[in-house]
Design a protein around this ligand. Structure first.
Ligand SMILES: [Zn+2]
Length: 337
């Protein structure tokens, strides 16, 4: 796959649509920092290549997603879960891998709904082991001690070939979880970072996808997060230590909206695999939005049960996916005319 394709996919996924806490222009700066850490290579291409190189047919890949909690987001927000579902589809349809969705109990229904709408049935582990396509959902406990035990069990059971975290909250240097507004939010507490820790100790590659500086993966560029984001260095909560995540991953994908980063990795996988239908169509994405929202996931910006992700309406996401498909189908895998 020519490097320029990955560059173009990155470019599309980092077009800044939102203004957050009055701030503009930070997505390109976070992206530049991440790219420097990746040896100036395309982020989505690097992530896809890592998955392709490390994932043998039939091997398990952990995908963790789900952010937010009660009272505003009792079953989480749309962002992260749709991206996780698109990656699960791409890994299964494209690489023959077996995705294991790892998420806290409150995200179970919307995460399964999104994945099944993407075309991938979520089934019991013994069924998935013996059939061509399918994903498994494994619960991630809310208490650290239980989560440690569960994570150790999951690695023993599945021996995954990679771990991917999409829009997954991560702690700052004092172990506090924040929203991007610099407020400590119990709804953001998650022990998904234990999956990355365990992967590192076993030499298994990890990929983080984020858009705000407080997610798993952003530890790779924490100095930049601290420097350029309003609450990067100093938050609004008593910890006073800023929102910057300290959890780094081997590959970091920065995007305007985390789901777009995941779509971008899936697009790069589709290029490498040579089949545009590794990516869902825009009409399938609409179905995913509808089913995920109906199952309780909300727009993270407004907390409304509407067809929007981070305040950006569904139509924009369909268009981004449509352009990604064109980059893959016309620029990527068709023969020159
Ligand atoms: Zn704080």
């Amino acid at each position: 796959m020519p490097e320029i394709l990955g560059e173009n996919i990155d470019r599309l996924c980092t077009v800044e649509i939102r203004r957050r806490q009055g701030q503009r222009g930070f997505v390109s700066r976070l992206y530049a920092a991440a790219k420097a850490r990746m040896g100036e290579r395309s982020l989505t291409h690097t992530a896809a290549e890592t998955l392709l190189n490390r994932t043998r047919g039939g091997s398990y890949v952990f995908i963790t997603a789900g952010a937010g909690g009660p009272p505003e987001l009792p079953k989480g927000e749309i962002d992260g879960m749709l991206g996780g579902a698109v990656l699960a589809r791409a890994l299964s349809f494209g690489l023959g891998a077996k995705p294991v969705l790892v998420a806290e109990q409150r995200y179970r229904d919307p995460f399964i709904a999104a994945t099944q709408a993407a075309g991938l049935p979520v089934l019991d582990a013994d069924l998935v082991e013996n059939r061509r396509y399918g994903a498994i959902l494994e619960p991630l406990p809310d208490e650290e001690r239980d989560a440690r035990e569960a994570v150790a069990d999951l690695f023993r059971k599945y021996e995954p070939s990679a771990v991917i975290a999409v829009e997954k909250p991560a702690p700052n240097e004092k172990g506090v979880f924040h929203t991007m507004s610099g407020i400590a939010d119990p709804g953001e507490i998650s022990f998904a970072w234990l999956l990355v820790d365990e992967a590192k100790s076993r030499g298994i590659p990890s990929i983080g996808v984020g858009d705000g500086g407080n997610e798993i993966g952003m530890g790779l560029i924490k100095d930049t997060v601290r420097e350029i984001l309003q609450y990067g260095k100093k938050c609004q909560c008593p910890c006073q230590s800023g929102i910057a995540s300290i959890v780094s991953t081997d590959v970091l994908v920065v995007a305007n909206i985390s789901n777009w980063g995941a779509y971008g990795i899936a697009a790069s996988l589709a290029c490498l695999h040579g089949d545009v239908n590794t990516l869902p169509s825009p009409s399938v994405l609409r179905l995913m939005f509808e089913d995920c929202a109906r199952a309780g996931a909300l727009d993270g910006s407004t907390s409304q049960q509407i067809l929007a992700d981070d305040g950006v309406p569904l139509e924009t996401h369909e268009e981004v996916l449509s352009i990604l498909r064109s980059i893959v189908a016309i620029g990527g895998i068709s023969r020159p005319v």
